[in-house]
Design a protein around this ligand. Structure first.
Ligand SMILES: O=C(O)CCC(=O)C(=O)O
Length: 295
């Protein structure tokens, strides 16, 4: 007899948008084949490798082993992985990822047309890393058990993903599970259900915010780089505050749609300035931010 909390297998890779949307509905996950050309992957890979070395040299950014979410501590040498945050600032090759035509329609399929970028960062998992806890992305960002997705995530595979290289581990079908708590999800029974994906670089995984997942164990001797592009419904506060963090010279390169997605447009009555709906993209702090006045 089937128990309620059973995983599905991964859906097959697809290049067809309609099929991908069907996979998202059924599995909570889809895998897009050939989302990026070999040349695009190489450019992103080179830029990430330079950035990894630069953040290492200047002692900035986030260095991890992977298992910090269990409260475990490790030495600097054991921290073989880097989370390279806020990629929008870190190379022109990442700007098209904000609304990539092979990915963004799938995000809209999951959470609707009004989205805000939650974060865009590279998970550069070193060989010898440890497992992060299984988690759902939309919890605890939204600390209420919601029976619908308010978040959608993507992994652009800049490296080949496999069990050996620590491919992302997801539990397809878990978006339809009743709520289970974090401790139960991290028991060996559920850990075993989360298998590392096997897909070549240039693919993209998209999943909805209720799917249980985590990283895999990389024992390949090489760094495994995936770029996460995570989106929220626009009423939720994002992980990265783009209005504050995106550099002036980068904003100049963005289209209006890209500015909207990184949160530079009000959503209804939310995110305006001084009661107005002035788009922060064209916002002039001195004109719009009225201070003390006397009549
Ligand atoms: O690095 C990975 O493969 C997974 C990362 C992940 O699950 C996350 O950051 O939410």
């Amino acid at each position: 007899m089937k128990t309620e909390l059973e995983p599905l297998d991964y859906p097959p890779l697809t290049e067809d948008l309609v099929e991908a949307k069907n996979h998202l509905d059924e599995y909570g996950v889809c895998i897009i084949k050939n989302a990026f050309s070999a040349e695009e992957v190489e450019i992103m890979d080179n830029r990430l490798k330079e950035q990894f070395a630069g953040e290492e040299k200047y002692g900035v950014g986030s260095k991890v082993r992977g298992d910090e979410g269990y409260g475990l501590k490790s030495s600097n040498e054991e921290k073989v992985s880097r989370l390279v945050w806020n990629l929008i600032n870190k190379g022109d090759c990442f700007i098209p990822l904000i609304n990539h035509p092979k990915i963004y329609p799938l995000i809209e399929h999951i959470i609707g047309e009004k989205t805000i970028l939650c974060s865009m960062g590279a998970h550069m998992n070193g060989s010898g890393n440890e497992r992060m806890p299984l988690h759902q992305d939309q919890w605890p960002l939204v600390p209420h058990p919601l029976e619908f997705p308010v978040m959608a995530n993507t992994m652009v595979l800049v490296s080949d993903n496999s069990p050996e290289s620590g491919g992302t581990r997801l539990i397809p079908g878990s978006h339809k599970w009743p709520k289970i708590d974090y401790k139960m999800a991290n028991s060996s029974k559920y850990q075993e259900m989360a298998k590392s994906i096997t897909a070549p670089k240039g693919s993209a995984i998209v999943w909805e915010g209720r799917v249980w997942h985590g990283n895999g164990l990389n024992r390949s001797g090489e760094v495994r780089s995936n770029i996460s592009i995570a989106y929220l419904q626009s009423w939720i506060r994002p992980q990265e505050n783009s209005q504050y963090s995106v550099r002036e010279e980068v904003i100049e390169k963005l289209s209006d749609k890209q500015k909207e997605i990184i949160g530079f447009s009000p959503f209804g009555t939310l995110g305006g300035h001084d009661g107005s709906s002035v788009s922060p993209a064209g916002f002039d702090r001195d004109r719009e931010s009225i201070g003390i006045l006397k009549g």
